[in-house]
Design a protein around this ligand. Structure first.
Ligand SMILES: NC(=O)c1ccc[n+]([C@@H]2O[C@H](COP(=O)([O-])OP(=O)(O)OC[C@H]3O[C@@H](n4cnc5c(N)ncnc54)[C@H](O)[C@@H]3O)[C@@H](O)[C@H]2O)c1
Length: 358
């Protein structure tokens, strides 16, 4: 049976480990803080139990899956693994050190995958003896529920580990989409305009946060409007992603971080987790717009019709999607698939554009 070594037992590592286990694989889970491991094991068991409750797997399969989990006390315990997925802290130097240490432990034929969300995969690989074995596998949170995996190929990557990563994603019942190693990879970059154009429109007086959110859910059948979604993700997390992509791509005006978000982040409005973002969150109450955030909008507003707001935002997403395809970052159908799966959008940017012009 194939053994997957998962390094990092935090939010993502635990989810990836559970997914591998319930997909019939064996897992060795390592974390540099060993005290994290027993709690991770308990959470994985609870995750498998939830799967049983929801009818996703039988009790027998869940028990067998749990039985295939081994906690690795030392990195050396990963020696027998056939595939490694790294999900440790998002820090280039720490990741580099780990990959160098892994190279000394696991067989040369074993692919080393990183779940980084923003660091160029080539940078993580650059000092290794065999950088060609490194590949990006960008899972989304929570890995058990989110079907998409962006499989990222850096320039020095060899074909075999890349193909093995695609196969691994499929074995784990995910949908792999091939992506070139560029800032923000695929989804995070293509959907930047969902947030940025919404903020620009609000700043121009085209609608309040709630008005724009409502317009998009009505016009596009989207589950969460951009402001609700930013609050959900965490305003500072979302802001950092925008900054990384903007800087990484050489500061294109269309992807410039917005001052409304900068001001809210500076004021400690991080969204849902801090109780306030674009909205205020109080226990037992429906969210209402945050007066601190509303104060950043012009007093005079002319709310644009739903379709106009929707078209402006979708058009910007479509522009980015076209650039991504034209520059060989991903294929057209890969973009549509990835955006639908990661964002829960009913259509991808190209499908939307085609429907609009039909
Ligand atoms: N959280 C998300 O939504 C999300 C989504 C996609 C990708 N990612 C990426 O996944 C990775 C992990 O994110 P997370 O949210 O699970 O973080 P987390 O902080 O929840 O977990 C990280 C774990 O790594 C461990 N760790 C730190 N340094 C280590 C080392 N040198 N060796 C072994 N273990 C080490 C920590 O003890 C911790 O348990 C990051 O690269 C992040 O960018 C996160």
């Amino acid at each position: 049976m194939m053994i997957v070594g998962v390094v990092g037992a935090g939010t993502m590592g635990r989810g990836i480990a559970q997914l591998a286990l319930q997909s019939g694989l064996a897992v060795r889970l390592f974390d540099s803080f060993p005290e994290v491991l027993p709690a991770a094991k308990t959470k994985i068991r609870a995750g498998l139990a939830k799967g049983v409750e929801r009818g996703k797997l039988s009790q027998e399969d869940a028990d067998a899956a749990f039985g295939r989990l081994v906690l690795a006390e030392k990195l050396k315990d990963l020696e027998p693994v056939d595939f490694v997925i790294e999900a440790i802290v998002e820090d280039l130097q720490v990741k580099k050190n780990l990959f160098r240490a892994l190279e000394a432990v696991v067989r040369e034929s074993v692919p080393l995958a990183t779940n980084t969300s923003s660091i160029p995969v080539a940078k993580i690989a650059e000092d290794l003896e065999h950088p060609e074995r490194v590949v990006g596998m960008h899972f989304f949170n929570p890995p058990v529920a989110m079907k998409l995996v962006e499989v990222i190929r850096h320039e020095g990557a060899a074909g075999t580990p890349f193909i093995q990563a695609i196969e691994m994603a499929k074995t784990m019942t995910r949908v792999p989409v091939e992506v070139k190693d560029t800032p923000g990879f695929l989804v995070n970059r293509v959907v930047r305009s969902y947030y940025l154009v919404a903020m620009r429109l609000a700043a121009q007086g085209a609608g309040s946060y709630a008005e724009i959110d409502a317009a998009l859910t009505r016009a596009g059948g989207l589950r969460m409007g951009p402001f609700t979604l930013m609050d959900f993700i965490g305003l500072e997390v979302n802001f950092k992603i925008t900054q990384t992509i903007y800087e990484g791509l050489g500061r294109p005006e269309r992807l410039k971080p917005h001052e409304i978000q900068a001001a809210l982040v500076a004021a400690g409005c991080k969204g849902r987790k801090s109780g306030k973002g674009f909205y205020l969150y109080e226990d037992g109450k429906d969210p209402v717009e945050n007066p601190e955030a509303l104060a950043l909008l012009p007093d005079e507003r002319t709310v644009l019709p739903d379709e106009v707001l929707f078209d402006r935002i979708l058009e910007a997403i479509h522009v980015e999607a076209k650039i991504v395809v034209e520059t060989g970052v991903a294929a057209k159908d890969g973009v549509d698939t990835a955006v639908k799966l990661a964002m829960n959008f009913p259509k991808g940017p190209f499908e939307w554009a085609e429907a609009a012009h039909a």
